[in-house]
Design a protein around this ligand. Structure first.
Ligand code: PSU
Ligand code: MN
Length: 303
């Protein structure tokens, strides 16, 4: 297994010196945001994690290796190369075995992080049960990964392009704690609140670290969601987003978009139809998640 892992110098050093590490995904770079905002975001987020006293490890698949930590050149490749594949658990062995370049989703990043011994991961939003998922069975593999892989995912909740209620039901069934970080309701990415309560509210990195440590010491395998709402000043209007999302999903259905293309299509349409405002919100919330994830990694490390 170790033969597949390839660590950057910075991450290798962090492991040797036993420093806290935060994993980052590449799908958000390759398929979640346009160039050049994607590369700027990727670099800024790494720096934010360093500023908290942790070390960033951006993860991607390349040349038959699971790269844990990417050089600037590699980051740029993920940000610009149009043939980068989107990799979830299903795609992982194919992309590695063929030596193709693959950007990791939440699920695939969790798999790689666990192999590398990394416990905390910062991203934007998780995948979930899609609207109409009770018929289409479009349920993100992120949810089944959260059920089995011991990595905490700091995110701004789930987009309301998803069926948020069913997403939370699924997570409950699979035993995944949904923690609200300083919030009572489950945030829906662009907006801070929703009609659904989180399972538990925790208000400091230390409290989150204690929950994670307890869960894993008890061998209660699986991840946890640390839901961190988008900063107030970057949040979007709930009603506006709901109307827009309904429209875009309708278009996706009419155009026959299915499978793993749905999420990137919807993200791109929302960006275009908000004149890029949604992109600014997206960047702001990822930065905020990186900050909180860095603090949680540091707290977990000192337990
Ligand atoms: N949600 C976002 N931005 C993203 C994604 C989700 O707001 O970039 C990406 C993440 O990598 C997530 C993946 O893991 O989409 C989920 O895709 P799917 O629904 O096909 O499982
Ligand atoms: Mn899907």
């Amino acid at each position: 297994m170790q033969n597949y892992l390839s660590f950057s110098e910075e991450v290798q050093e962090a492991i040797e010196q036993q420093k806290p590490i935060v994993a980052l995904e590449t799908t958000i770079i390759s398929h979640g945001m346009p160039y050049p905002q994607n590369i700027e975001m990727a670099k800024t987020v790494e720096q934010i994690i360093r500023n908290q006293g942790a070390v960033p490890a951006t993860i991607g698949l390349m040349d038959g290796s699971i790269k844990i930590g990417l050089s600037e050149e590699e980051l740029l490749e993920f940000a610009t190369n149009k043939s980068v594949e989107k990799v979830s658990r299903r795609d992982f062995p194919y992309i590695l075995a063929t030596g193709k370049i693959g950007a990791t989703t939440v699920a695939a990043t969790m798999i790689a992080a666990q192999l590398a011994g990394i416990k905390v991961f910062a991203t934007g939003g998780i995948g979930g049960v899609h609207r109409g998922g009770e018929l289409s069975m479009d349920v993100s593999a992120d949810l089944t990964e959260l059920a089995q892989t011991n990595v905490a995912v700091v995110c701004a909740g789930a987009k309301s392009i998803l069926d948020v209620g069913r997403t939370l039901e699924y997570l409950e069934t699979e035993g995944v704690p949904v923690v609200g970080y300083k919030c009572e309701t489950f945030p829906t990415f662009y907006t801070r609140e929703s009609d659904f309560n989180v399972d538990f509210q925790l208000d400091s990195p230390e409290e989150v670290a204690r929950l994670l440590d307890t869960k894993w010491k008890l061998n209660l395998n699986g991840g946890a969601i640390i839901a961190n709402p988008v900063p107030e000043e970057a949040a979007m209007n709930y009603d506006e987003m709901e109307a827009l999302i309904a429209h875009v999903i309708d278009d996706a259905t009419k155009q026959g978009i299915a499978g793993k293309s749905v999420t990137p299509f919807v993200l791109d349409q929302i960006k275009q139809r908000t004149d890029g405002r949604s992109l600014e919100t997206n960047i702001a919330l990822v930065k905020h998640n990186a900050e909180v994830a860095g603090q949680i990694a540091v707290a977990l490390h000192s337990l």
